[in-house]
Design a binder for this molecule. Sequence first.
Ligand code: GDP
Ligand code: IMO
Ligand code: MG
Length: 428
Amino acid sequence: MSATVVIGAQWGDEAKGKLVHVLGSQADVVVRYSGGNNAGHTVVTDGQEYKFHLLPVGILHPLTTSIIGSGMVVCPKELLKELDETRKKQPELGKLLISPAAHVVFPYHRLLDKLEEEARGSNRIGTTERGIGPAYQDKIARIGIRMGEFVQPELFPARLKEVLSVKNQILKVYGSEPFDYNEILNEYSQYASQLAKYVQDTDPIIQDAVEANDKVLFEGAQGSFLDIDAGTYPYVTSSHPTSAGACLGTGIGPRAIGHVLGVCKAYTTRVGAGPFPTELLDDVGETIRQVGHEFGTTTGRPRRCGWLDLVQLRQSCRLNSITGLVLTRLDVLSGLSEVKAAVEYSSPRGNVHSIPMNLHDFAQVSPVYKSFEGWDQDLRSARKLSDLPPAARNYMKFIEEFTKTPIAVLSIGPDRDETIVIHENLIW
Ligand code: GDP
Ligand code: IMO
Ligand code: MG
């Protein structure tokens, strides 16, 4: 099978964007399948930095077709802004297509995201406030407006009127001002007319590409433990960032997938609220944050940092059928005298070896660590495994043994050159 899925194996920001860029030059098609502009995928290439939120990273490759899949929710205003900004940096972009089944994010979704967070008080999720949750709520409630009807001037006004009348009632409950129908209609109709040329049935295009054995890359967003079903609910996003989401959000079946690359940091980060057993609230955590510039790509929030959680990573391998790990940011750990990784949890109910599905149980676990010797060398100039210090290789070996999954690619810096492909055959 030709299709490869790139997923975040932890809580997001694992450096999926970098990997998709590195592989994207070989890909015929790159498809994003979940989330919206809650994602922030950074690409550093030829001295330029790009931050993608809605556009598939493949857009930078002129010969690659980039697709916004049916599982996504799209803010038209942000998408047009992103297209504009990306074009300024690189005039020759690849072809873009948008699934008519992707849902549209409107200003009322953004406002409701904020109001819902405020209403949660101390239980707030710490969402990106991009309207993602409320847009998926509409999708599930079957009142959402999809790209296909959004770009048809004969359909959009009536749909907007119908939905806005409901939303304005809800806003009243929150004591918030209603939105003006004509204002949204006028502004968003302009976006619709600019985006119409990109909207066409993408499922058959992806299916044909898979059948033809073209190289198809599914670009995951968020991370496995932010998945609405598999994640640490309710501290999750509202979509399916797991590898299963690649099927749900693009129109292919599981047998179309040949490889699942699970991107994971050599440590763990999380943005937003929710349990995080290996979180470091001490100087080591602060060092990782500063050395690794661990601040959100989308919201700029400081990311919570902690040791690698191998209980989580092993579970991620099972959950996603990961065929190869992509270990990133190993360079950030250089200089620490000791490196730790959680190998099980202790809990009031005894030791546990997987993340309890019940949040209240998960909130009570404490990590049991295995300690590793640290290393001093800067890893960023390494280009083959033998360039790495033995302590770093020892850490990698343990990760592979514990998760029973090979490390296919190692990333030791943000630039595309700072990459060691260990198992070429695990990529396509
Ligand atoms: P994504 O959401 O998974 O695409 O990840 P983000 O782009 O939000 O965050 C990853 C950050 O790490 C970006 O700033 C990348 O430029 C950077 N990065 C990627 N790989 C490496 C690496 O191996 N080492 C270091 N130090 N930074 C990296
Ligand atoms: P990428 O693709 C990290 C988190 C938010 C919050 C929770 C719900 O860059 O890895 P939402 O706005 O989705 O309703 O917020 O999910 N979150 C992410 N964290 N990386 C992301 O994307 C994220 N997308 C959402 O911080 O905790
Ligand atoms: Mg990110």
